[in-house]
Design a protein around this ligand. Structure first.
Ligand code: G
Ligand code: G
Ligand code: MN
Length: 398
């Protein structure tokens, strides 16, 4: 493997080179400065597959290097190293991921042989090749025809009550059943739909499918709420609430079961129109949920100005909150905020038993959602999942 190690500390370079040699990688290049490294990366040599990079360096530091790597569209894996505090390290990791770099690890020094081996395996695995920059993004024409041909289907992720552990509802998450590429995820086409005026058609189709599905479940005795994601770009046509009301009337659907999850990934273009639409949706007894709370523009200003009645704490504050002081403080404050504003609270990203137990111990969260409970699934899989959950939940509440 073609590896490049960058650290201003010559001893660290020597040590890492030795450790890599012990793992069958004797050829690693080393650089004492980020400037030298950028030169090496631009050079005619073989393509570098992994960069190990110290964050704290005189001259160009790790944050600047990340910016340059993004600029040259570095396709390899990146490992960040630091002797600094954990929060700086994880901030740089987020920065690199936001730049769509493929981060293989963020490690405190000294790095152990076990950690190194894991990093090398991660880069070698085929899954790594499908992540990050290689992800296919579809054209507007392709997305438009997917909508037209009915190739979009909903997956559903269950939500359970923290008090009783009973299933209370599902969130609809759109997927594209692509005729050649298989199941395509929303991060590969939602942004395109938003940018090319297709999001309204897309959302309307997701909504109709969700309402129909929810009504069918009701007919078999499953009364579940249904949450649908809408984007700010849906809040520009004033007839959006009327469309929903009509659809619900046609299907004889009780709108108190509908939740609309609003994420503000971009700023509102027309705040007055958005507020008009959102307020009318509330008047029609639809629940309005502020999604990914605490991230992006999903903030306190929105809470103050928009009549939300549910708050979804972003998974970034929920998963691993028990052993991370900042996550924990933000999670607790968000749940408290929801309670004081008379809103229902939902915690996203409950990934494991520790997350579940920690959330239970806080005793102020209404609903939980996450891989620990269930991953998003196609509609026909839900009834048998519910049966499994009935067994599993008894062990959790005892
Ligand atoms: O599992 P998941 O990959 O489904 O979803 C990724 C992101 O796509 C999430 O932020 C989710 O809110 C968003 N998303 C999923 N379905 C829809 C949808 O129907 N409309 C919009 N606007 N966003 C969606
Ligand atoms: O932005 P929104 O909250 O709508 O996004 C939901 C997204 O979160 C979907 O992509 C869904 O697949 C994902 N998701 C659901 N549960 C978990 C979880 O426990 N952990 C993580 N990392 N993602 C989750
Ligand atoms: Mn959501």
């Amino acid at each position: 493997m073609n590896i490049l190690v960058i650290d201003d500390d010559a001893f660290v370079l020597k040590l890492l080179k030795l450790q890599l040699a012990n793992l069958g990688q004797p050829e690693a290049m080393t650089c004492e400065s980020a400037n030298d490294a950028l030169e090496a990366l631009a050079g005619p040599e073989r393509k570098v597959e992994i960069v190990f990079c110290d964050i704290q360096m005189p001259g160009m530091d790790g944050v600047e290097l990340v910016r340059h790597l993004a600029h040259i569209e570095f396709q390899g894996g990146l490992v960040l190293m630091s002797g600094e505090d954990e929060r700086i390290l994880s901030t740089v990791q987020h920065l690199a991921q936001a730049h769509r770099l493929k981060v293989l690890g963020a490690l405190r020094k000294p790095i152990t042989p076990v950690q190194l081996r894991e990093i090398l395996q991660r880069q070698a695995s085929p899954a790594a090749k499908n992540r990050g920059a290689d992800r296919k993004i579809y054209s507007a024409e392709a997305v438009a025809s997917a909508i037209e041909n009915g190739e979009l289907i909903n997956y559903y992720q269950p939500k359970v009550s923290m008090r009783s552990s009973e299933v209370v509802g599902v969130e609809a998450l759109v997927r594209w059943q692509h005729p050649r590429d298989g199941l395509v995820f929303p991060d590969q086409f939602i942004a395109t739909a938003e940018q090319h005026g297709l999001i309204d058609d897309l959302t309307r189709q997701v909504l109709l499918n969700a309402l129909r599905q929810c009504r069918d479940w009701q007919a078999c005795g499953l009364r579940l709420s249904i949450a649908v994601n809408i984007s700010m770009s849906n809040l520009v046509s004033l007839d959006f609430p009327d469309f929903i009301v009509e659809a619900a009337q046609d299907l004889d659907f009780d709108l108190s079961l509908l939740i609309l999850e609003v994420t503000e990934s971009q700023l509102m273009q027309n705040p007055l129109t958005a507020l008009d639409i959102l307020t009318r949706l509330r008047l029609k007894n639809i629940t309005l949920s502020i999604d990914d709370f605490g991230t992006g523009h999903s903030s306190l200003t929105q809470l103050r100005d928009i009549p939300f009645n549910e708050l979804k704490v972003d998974s970034g504050f929920v998963h691993n909150a028990s052993d991370n002081a900042s996550r924990r403080a933000i999670l607790e404050a968000s749940l408290d905020l929801a309670r004081r504003l008379g809103m229902k609270s939902v915690a996203e990203g409950v990934e494991n038993l520790a997350d579940w137990h920690f959330l239970s111990s806080l005793a102020c969260c209404d609903v939980a959602q996450g891989y620990f409970i269930a991953k998003p699934m196609p509609a026909p899989a839900l009834p048998s999942w519910i049966q499994e959950w009935q067994v599993r939940r008894t062990g959790l509440t005892e």
